[in-house]
Design a binder for this molecule. Structure first.
Ligand SMILES: [Zn+2]
Length: 177
């Protein structure tokens, strides 16, 4: 059963649109696991569902702990649009899992207006062993800053992809156990 969480009254159209995009991201992530990319993928889209930027996590591949999917994607979008402030573009970020402590900060600084994620951090931690960090009240804090959040979207498929990453024996960096 779906257990969507949001910091606004759930808008069915936004949710249906997000489901389609997130399922596409999950399927794409599943196919690129074997190329050594981390088990997370993020995409930034505009209001008309045009893709602005899309990146996987590349921490292991590029030896950089900053290189989470969200960080890579925000950087690419800002380079592409030639601005450090995306707020006038009304952009949305779709992510295969809940953003970690670092990526929350990056999203806040980027000017992105809407966040949609699939697998929540407690499930990511249970499946993979990654430590996602402490994030008190982040949905409320984002609301105060005008950033809409929807979470727990299409989690079954999202969890399967994470499990596949673990089963393949990939690296769990910065584990919490
Ligand atoms: Zn992160």
């Amino acid at each position: 059963m779906e257990n969507i969480i949001s910091n606004e009254a759930v808008d069915k159209n936004k949710l249906e649109n997000a489901k389609k995009i997130i399922v596409d991201l999950q399927n794409e992530l599943n196919t690129c696991l074997k190329d050594g990319c981390g088990p997370f993928l993020a995409g930034i889209y505009d209001n008309d569902n045009n893709l602005i930027a899309k990146c996987t996590n590349s921490v292991v591949k590029e030896n950089c702990s900053n290189n989470h999917a969200e960080m890579n994607t925000i950087k690419l979008a800002q380079e592409k649009l030639k601005t450090y402030d995306l707020s006038s573009y009304n952009l949305k970020i779709y992510i295969t899992a809940e953003p970690c402590i670092m990526c929350l900060g990056a999203i806040m600084w980027s000017g992105i207006k809407e966040v949609y994620y699939s697998v929540p951090s407690n499930d990511v931690e249970k499946i993979t062993g990654f430590d996602e960090g402490f994030k008190p009240n982040w949905l409320e804090e984002f609301k105060k800053r005008g950033i809409t959040v929807y979470g727990n979207i299409e989690t079954d498929l999202g969890k399967k992809v994470l499990l596949e990453y673990v089963k393949q024996g990939n690296i769990i960096y910065k584990p919490n156990r």
